[in-house]
Design a protein around this ligand. Sequence first.
Ligand code: GUN
Ligand code: ZN
Length: 435
Amino acid sequence: MTSNLQAYRGSLLHFLADPAFNDNAHDWHEDGLLIIEDGKVKAAGDYTALHATLPPGAVVHDYSGKLLMPGFIDTHLHYPQTDMIASPSEGLLPWLETYTFPSERQFEDSGYAANVADFFLDELLRCGTTTAMVYCTVHPQSVDAFFAASEQRGLRMVAGKVMMDRNCPDFLRDTAESSARDTEALIQRWHKRGRSLYAITPRFAPTSTEEQLRLAGELARAYPDTFIQTHVSENEAECAWVRELFPKSRSYIDVYDSYGMMRPRAMYGHCIWLDERDRQRMAETQSAAAICPTSNLFLGSGLFDFERADEAGVLLSLATDVGGGTSFSMLQTMNEAYKVARLKGSYLPALRMFYLATLGAARSMQLEGTIGNFAQGAEADFIVIDPQATPLLQRRTARSGSLEELLFALALLGDDRAIAATYAAGQQVHVRETT
Ligand code: GUN
Ligand code: ZN
């Protein structure tokens, strides 16, 4: 049998554990080699040691001077909000009314949805993001368009149809029954087809009746390896609204808990206004937080508390929340996450941020071993980062005295320009054009 073997030389970085809790969490080879066979990682390590194991005549792609690392994972964003990114508004609820709902209406049209899905995925790849947890709209055809486009590119993507049966315009409203029926049909059509995975997606508690949440919880139980994604405790006005709508619930996240929606593979966007019991409950159910710093700063929602979340042992990851977020780039997301942590009196090392955007996200999604690092047999989704991508990066990274300083400069100064190439399942899916 012939195998499809490719090798890549460069400075290699990936994570084996969380650097916040382990001294030897990362694996770094300044002169490294990544060997890919049939779309999976065969080996990752020192060039000199591994080069000798290659069959005679094997081609080595030379990325010396650049970094090879696993593709970024963005655990919360909305593809239908691509064209309304950077829309001005005084906070979450007016922003939803004024921009979001009218934009999402257009995804009734499959052709329109396909066009945006193509642009959106190419933009993610330009930014080095190879996996994302994506909200579609209330229209099932928006999900079909999205997965068709991601399948065409060979990407591991998680997505779902928004469920929304109240407190929204008529043109975006489903019903509890139709949303459950459509969701189940989409699970059967897309979940685990190729690299596609499905997320049950009630938008957030205020736009779902109790019956819709009950049916979403039933689906989550019936299909335990699907994902769940929703928003929680993002903004104070939203939290006050949830208290009014669900007076019997102890807290916002308790609404979801009471419908059986806290479990492994449940991803909660934002998680800003949580209390200790909420965090405890997230940790014990292995529900995960998708932290969205560019969005939280842009909409004035609040500051995520990294220290408290770590004390409780909550699973953490970083997310752009496009179009509430202001960038598709996980590097820019790290930049803002760092500043959010500083404003809360804590400190996020660069190594931790790169962990959160790769293995931390894979662990949050129960996908360790599949994506997120270069473990043998993992899917070969990787990126090539260029520390000399811009004149400023070139000057700054030439002076970095440690790996931490190098990564820190990339996180603070880098964006899509720093991504020289992106590979999915061993295939090149983006290469930066240089002039
Ligand atoms: N809460 C409910 N829907 C949304 C949305 O589309 N974006 C953000 N940031 N928060 C939400
Ligand atoms: Zn969101």
